[in-house]
Design a binder for this molecule. Structure first.
Ligand code: DCP
Ligand code: CA
Length: 464
């Protein structure tokens, strides 16, 4: 199909392996690979920011095409229309990464010229928390989200938080987009998605998968590290260490792994913890905690937070916030609630010891509703004074990405948002807070949004 067509592969960002594959494929289809751009019919470049290094003479030529065009030709076995794959200078412009990408975004936050800035010259629109997460947005870009999530997971499991976060940011932006992505421009124009990421998305769209996923997720190392890092209480670094020591199965770990108490429990309930539960089960578990809390003190109230409150159809665990009047003692409340739940054998295992960890407000453990049909489930209980209720409920409702986003936004306004309070007039030296400023009144979640000059988002719109 490429008979007589000359291809020049611009070297910037092409990996050796990929270049070899393309060269072979082009030759297999009777094309010619040439050594300079001048004699080429088409100049093929990776859709990557670094392709800005192309000679300016090529910027406006319509024969400069992204490699996804070539992938598409090879996939469809015909020379497809190339207009939409043209790489011109504007499409190569480096898109500012979204501020939630760790460490990024601050350099431009003072500008008020960009259309991303609202009428008060603030940066809020660049933050995920300022936009609703969309329902059913998974469906229209399912393959892309699936492949990016695999990479995010594998990078997180390897301890590469920076890359994992980059993929999660892109996933969030694509979900928020809520429409099917069909072109490089569609995806590269999303806040928080750079050119490199856009190229990956196009690769999925044109080939159905990502080579990077194949490369990283199908090795024995990734399979084993994945297996180990899914143990509750085992981080990526423990998973790696076990792998390098030669352990390959959960049985190997049980025999030799020198496991913590938490990890032993994590292995005991390995499959049960990986299984997500229905909203109904979350409600039944929450009801047990509520009943115990009411028995302890009728002034206590409870609220189910986490993914349940964001309206997810399935939940990984149960997060219960117990609200208490200021004068009651958190530790006593928690101890009394727990002893009731243990008497009825509802709570089966502790993942933290209240005595040892000194934190008297948080409990992490395992519970199980009566009956063989029920599995062991992770249960978290947080005792919070009424005065902190809005900040705590917002924190435990999440999502984690929404929290990160709204905290970063607060920072840009010299505020500090935590699970306890919102402060204004905060003075920082680097990342360190040197003056906590004044605590703002936050009786409701709405009031937190208001202080931050953000439109209110109900929990189901915080599922970023
Ligand atoms: N949280 C956070 N940062 C983290 C972890 C959690 O801000 N690194 C907050 C936001 C989460 C909430 O705590 O929504 C509960 O944490 P979970 O791990 O239980 O997460 P979810 O409830 O959101 O999801 P899942 O259904 O997987 O439990
Ligand atoms: Ca949860």
């Amino acid at each position: 199909m490429f008979s007589g067509i000359k291809f020049y592969f611009h070297p910037a960002k092409f990996s050796k392996g990929r270049l070899n594959v393309f060269t072979t494929q082009v030759k297999n289809h009777c094309g010619i690979v040439v050594e300079s751009s001048e004699e080429a019919t088409y100049v093929i470049v990776e859709e990557s920011c670094d392709t800005l290094s192309l000679p300016t003479s090529l910027w406006h030529e319509d024969r400069v095409l992204g490699s996804v065009w070539l992938s598409k030709c090879l996939k469809e076995k015909l020379v497809v229309e190339f207009q939409q794959f043209r790489i011109t200078k504007p499409s190569l412009k480096r898109l500012t990464s979204s501020p939630e990408s760790a460490g990024a975004g601050t350099s431009e936050s003072g500008s008020n010229k960009s259309p991303d800035y609202d009428s008060r010259g603030q940066t809020s629109k660049k933050y995920a928390c300022s936009q609703p997460s969309l329902k059913n947005s998974e469906a229209c870009n399912a393959a892309v989200l699936d492949q990016l999530q695999k990479l995010a997971d594998v990078y997180r499991a390897r301890g590469d938080q920076w890359r994992a976060h980059g993929y999660e940011k892109a996933i969030s932006a694509i979900r928020r987009h809520g429409k099917e992505i069909t072109s490089f421009e569609d995806v590269a124009s999303l806040e928080g998605v750079g050119c490199k990421m856009a190229a990956k998305v196009m690769e999925v769209i044109t080939t159905g998968s990502l080579r990077k996923v194949e490369e990283l997720c199908t090795t024995e190392e990734s399979r084993v590290v994945d297996l180990f890092s899914n143990i509750w209480g085992a981080g990526p670094s423990a998973a790696h260490t076990w792998y390098t020591k030669g352990y390959r199965s959960l049985e190997d770990l049980i025999k030799n792994g020198n496991l913590t108490k938490q990890q032993q429990i994590g292995i005991k309930y390995y499959n049960e913890f990986l299984d997500r539960m229905s909203r109904k089960e979350v409600e039944e578990i929450g009801q047990k905690v509520t009943e115990s809390a009411k028995e302890v003190n009728s002034s206590l109230t409870t609220m189910l937070c986490g993914s349940y409150r964001r309206g997810k159809q399935t939940c990984g665990d149960v997060d219960v916030v117990v609200l208490k009047p200021q004068q009651l003692n958190s530790k006593q409340i928690l101890t009394s609630i727990l002893s009731r739940l243990k008497d009825t054998v509802f709570i089966t295992d502790d993942l933290v010891s209240l005595e040892k960890n000194g934190n008297q407000r948080k409990y992490l453990g395992v519970c199980k509703l009566p009956g063989d049909e029920h599995k062991h489930r992770r249960l978290d209980i947080f005792v919070v004074p009424q005065t902190e209720s809005a900040c705590a409920i917002m924190h435990y409702t999440g999502s984690a990405l929404f929290n990160r986003s709204i905290r970063l936004l607060a920072q840009t306004k010299n505020m500090h948002l935590s699970e306890h309070r919102l402060c204004a007039g905060v003075v920082r030296q680097g990342k360190e807070i040197v003056d906590e400023g004044q605590v703002l009144s936050t009786p409701t979640e709405e009031s937190i949004f208001k202080h931050l000059d953000l439109e209110y988002r109900p929990p189901e719109e915080r599922d970023h």
